[in-house]
Design a protein around this ligand. Sequence first.
Ligand code: SF4
Length: 361
Amino acid sequence: MEKYQISEIYVEPSAMERELTRRVLSSLPELPVYETDEARTSPYEITTEDIASSKKRLYIRDYKGEPLKPCPGTQGRLCCNYFIVNLAVGCPLDCSYCILQHYINSPYLTLYANIDYFLEKIDARLEAAPTGRSAAFRIGTGELTDSLALDPITGLSQVLVPFFAEKENATLELKTKTAEVTNLLGLEHRGKTVVAWSLNPQPIIDSDEAYSASLRERLEAALLCQEAGYRLAFHFDPIVNYRNWEQDYLEVVEELFARVKPENISWISMGGLRFSPDLKPIMRERFPESHLPLGELIPCEDGKLRYFKPIRVAIYRSLLSWIRGRAPGVPVYLCMESADVWRHVFGRAPSCDPKFTIDDL
Ligand code: SF4
């Protein structure tokens, strides 16, 4: 895999003495470091050049808002009561379909340094919540970044995994397209961290997931985590409809179950390619070789473009049958799909009740 490149580091003065800042600076001693708070806000419209530079310019600062938020989901789609913690906003990987290209408003990859603040707030929220069901809070760090891409320089997993190991009513999900699991392997996790990979056939990884690990590297990393006793998860997302999809996705499923034991998998999700119409021109400009924006995608109720519903249902049903044939007991769910699609794929739709958890699937 070609490695992403961070080339400059900006640090807000209040974050300069933080432990995370020290770790990052000592991991990248050759890079120029600028102490400034001017990078906090950006005074202009973000251009495609800014998106490219946001992959290379790291901005380390403190965060002062609410750290634990419910996943926003999407209008009219079933949610799975997932919570997100955004310890970084922006990603050094460069997927053609990444929603961040449209969402971010900063030409920097922002990394939050006041980790103790995050942990205190999360602790208070979990303490105040009922205990008993280990999956009550499913918390992910991979909503606005890749959970592990920066881990070799931040070492954040070494803080988060032991923290969640002590929590009875929460599970941490680290979602990645990398193979950066070295820091995880010796940690005391007590089964409370799920390490998750987004999966796609290698041709899609090659054309549309720049700087990510190959399928084989991802699955080898999953194998290492399995051997270290971690729970695993996999996300077929975004599923792309192309000429060889059937053969290629079946091969991904076969390769997955050739390495990973079903009993170690906590969940598998499926989500078809989707993006807002505003993202399409950005994709065309930044990734002129990509076929993804050229597919036949139609606007849905939530404003996003998706494949025609019968196509999505047919793909989900095929994928589900391949997964069920090898792992009948593993919970499988759809990401950002309507109740109608759920019913066509699973024969039923779960509720969007706040008490709904992955155990209800
Ligand atoms: S790994 Fe995720 S956050 Fe990073 S560029 Fe790809 S889609 Fe975006």
